[in-house]
Design a protein around this ligand. Structure first.
Ligand code: NAP
Length: 223
């Protein structure tokens, strides 16, 4: 498929390079022509502007800082419906000082994006660092097998497009539900970032699945 990538930084590089290597046509759009050309050259994609990336292809990855989104999207005419019906992949983390979500207690980033653009927004790829997305799937795999990549979205066709892009990385898509669940994914990611930054392995919080679900299997109610 054709994928437009907005941004030429870490996430654009990590995901766009892997998708190009998997045979997808990727256009890297940035505000700096030099950086788009350099990344496209390295990744085997096409260079372009932010506008060209937004108009290119079947899906658009927003690999921009969350705080820059509103301005960039306004410049692309999102307020006038320029992105209506497009597949927008939101990998942003709106995490600010104190590792708190800058979206506060209101709707999360993905829900606001869907409301303001009318696009088929899918929250995906935000829960792990770019270094993981650069790895081959065998190195990134867990003891249980390939990585499950959580996706949230309200538009089934958009979700299916992103599932294809997850499989292109060698991972397995895990659809969590609609964009209300994206709020939880965004909050959970902020929690993970906090644990990683303070040197704690989040896996130490979690006993094996069989242990956690033992009560359910015994027919106990509630949790
Ligand atoms: N890196 C990670 O491990 C990771 C993991 C999961 C999710 N994320 C999320 O992914 C998004 C991108 O992260 P990143 O690490 O790739 O960031 P990054 O390396 O800093 O790259 C950000 C990109 O956005 C561009 N940009 C910044 N402000 C802009 C503006 N006002 N107008 C136009 N372009 C602008 C930058 O352009 P210039 O190069 O011209 O400055 C750069 O191309 C963020 O929302 C982040 O929270 C990151």
């Amino acid at each position: 498929m054709r994928v437009g990538v907005l941004g030429t930084g870490n996430m654009a590089d990590a995901l766009g390079t892997r998708w190009a290597a998997a045979g997808h046509e990727v256009l890297f759009g940035g505000r700096s022509p030099e950086r788009s050309r350099a990344l496209a050259g390295r990744a085997g994609g096409l260079p372009g502007t932010l506008g060209e990336a937004a108009r290119f292809g079947d899906a658009v990855l927003l690999a921009l800082p969350h705080h820059a989104l509103a301005g960039v999207l306004a410049g692309l005419g999102a307020g006038e419906g320029a992105l209506r019906g497009r597949v927008l992949i939101d990998c942003t983390n709106a995490v600010g000082p104190g590792l708190l979500l800058t979206t506060g207690t209101g709707p999360g980033a993905a829900r606001t994006l869907a409301r303001t653009t009318g696009a088929g927004v899918v929250k995906a790829f935000n829960h792990l660092p770019d270094a993981v997305w650069r790895l081959d799937p065998f190195t990134a795999a867990t003891a249980e097998g390939p990585l499950a990549v959580p996706l949230c979205g309200d538009d089934e066709a958009a979700l299916e497009t992103v599932r294809t892009l997850v499989r292109a990385l060698g991972h397995v898509p895990l659809t969590l539900g609609g964009l209300e669940r994206a709020d939880q994914l965004e909050a959970a990611t902020a929690l993970l970032i906090g644990l990683w930054k303070s040197g704690h392995d989040p896996r130490t919080l979690l006993p094996p699945f069989e242990v956690v679900t033992a009560g359910d299997r015994a027919g106990r109610r509630g949790r």
